[in-house]
Write a protein that binds this ligand. Structure first.
Ligand code: AMP
Length: 430
């Protein structure tokens, strides 16, 4: 199927071909015609599927097909809500990229930066606002934004917005925007909370779903490396150094863990930065820019900070620690292998995390191959302290001191992948 057959205008097709896309992704094939018809839509899709272009292209088209009539400041006609600043910035970048041959104006609004430049842009009049809920409501409170003419509302990563506690903010926004509007809701999962939100909000929505496991199973090569907790950092440095990886996104479970790992990598001579919710917006943007430009090799991130990070052809994702929630694993590895590019995701898994691994394998409906490096074999005498799964289990109790003092690190584990074990035993009785 071609982009031309989807009913998009010549200016949008030009922007798509400028970007180098030859074919619409499955979600784009399904979503674009429905949105152009004016239907409400519930899209089961996550980052990496092309969903941003899937809603941005038809949204832009609908705005140009129904131009703002009348004099005076142009009103906000499309509102896109996202859970994080990074995602807001990236969605806005897409709005600008795909709308580059159009004469629409847009602004991105998020917290952590001065509110005044955002106000200046709003005063001049914009057609499209991409925002995180909290800062948007600040503008509402200060009367610097008028949402009474919104025709299209997009809730991007709605499940994550609810996870992050934005439900009250979202409900406030819903009370402000007109009742009559087109609503597009995207979510990786459809929990009861999401369904409840959608029920009150949408009229006979079209449902489209891109199988969640596609990203995980098709384009990303996954592997588990069993290793003791206290030796993970050593193995990670050896992998990065030994394979000469230049761009690696590494996930930790906690902000503190991200900081500590980034510092330790620095001591190993590997340039890195940590991004997480406690970092200022400036620091996060800088770290991401340095990572994209190749000035730092490793970006250590927590799940929330990494949402929506969009780097074309990111080759390596490492789970330094498995996430507490199995769905987050799919989000994490969705950072690589995007839109058909080959990617590699590896997970350093210690004995405490075997239950989490099992949950992940159940979710993606396959066993992940397990490779133990010589010299890094887990010490069988270490007793597991299982990590609580689920979103409530972020905090841990007492921790065993790190470092098992076993063996000597090899500086280059490449070529030592000689002990391939089936994950069948480890996965137990499924
Ligand atoms: P998203 O799921 O919106 O985060 O998009 C994931 C990545 O796919 C982004 O890097 C997009 O630039 C890219 N992308 C979106 N649509 C296409 C397409 N039709 N062909 C190739 N790449 C695409």
């Amino acid at each position: 199927m071609s982009f031309e057959s989807l009913g998009l205008s010549a200016d949008l097709l030009r922007a798509v071909s400028d970007k180098g896309y030859s074919e619409p992704t499955p979600i784009q094939q399904q979503a674009i015609p429905l949105i152009l018809e004016g239907r409400d839509l519930m899209g089961g899709a996550q980052t990496g599927t092309g969903k941003t272009a899937g809603f941005t292209l038809p949204l832009l088209q609908r705005l140009i097909e129904n131009p703002h009539q009348g004099k005076g400041r142009r009103p906000v006609r499309a509102l896109i809500l996202t859970p994080t600043r990074e995602l807001a910035a990236q969605v806005h970048e897409s709005v600008q990229t795909y709308g580059r041959h159009l004469h629409l104006k847009s602004v991105v609004i998020f917290g952590g930066v001065s509110i005044n430049p955002q106000k200046q842009k709003l005063i001049k009049g914009v057609d499209i606002v991409v925002a995180t809920p909290g800062r948007l409501l600040d503008h509402v409170g200060q009367r610097s934004i008028d949402l009474s003419k919104v025709d299209i509302l997009v809730l991007d990563e709605a499940d994550r917005m609810l996870d992050m506690g934005f439900i009250h903010d979202i409900r406030k926004v819903l009370n402000i925007v007109p009742k009559q509007k087109q609503v597009l809701l995207f979510s990786a999962t459809f929990s009861n909370d999401i369904k409840q939100l959608a029920n009150g909000l949408m009229k006979d929505p079209a449902l489209i779903e891109v199988a969640r496991s596609n990203v995980a199973t098709d384009t990303v090569k996954q592997v588990v490396h069993p290793v003791d907790k206290g030796r993970k950092r050593e193995l990670l440095s050896a992998l990065i150094g030994g394979n000469d990886w230049q761009q690696v996104l590494v996930f930790t479970r906690t902000k503190h863990g991200a900081n500590r790992l980034s510092e330790q990598l620095g001591k190993d001579g590997i340039t890195s930065a940590a991004i997480h919710g406690n970092k200022s917006q400036g620091a996060r943007t800088r770290a991401l820019a340095d990572f994209k430009s190749g000035q730092i090799r490793v970006l250590v991130a927590t799940d929330i900070a990494a949402r929506g990070i969009d780097i074309d052809q990111l080759p390596h994702v490492v789970n330094f620690e498995l996430p507490n929630v199995a769905e987050d694993y799919v989000h994490r590895i969705g950072r690589t292998g995007r839109a058909g590019n080959e990617g590699e995701a590896m997970s350093l898994v210690c004995v405490d995390e075997l239950k989490l691994l099992k949950d992940i394998e159940r979710l993606i409906k396959k066993d992940i191959p397990s490779i133990t490096f010589e010299g890094y074999e887990p010490d069988p005498s270490i007793k597991p302290e299982p990590i609580q799964n689920g979103r409530g289990g972020q905090k841990r109790g007492t921790r065993r001191p790190s470092g098992t003092g076993r063996g000597k690190a090899r500086s280059n584990p490449k070529g030592h992948r000689n002990r391939q074990k089936s994950s069948g035993n480890r996965s137990g009785n499924r």
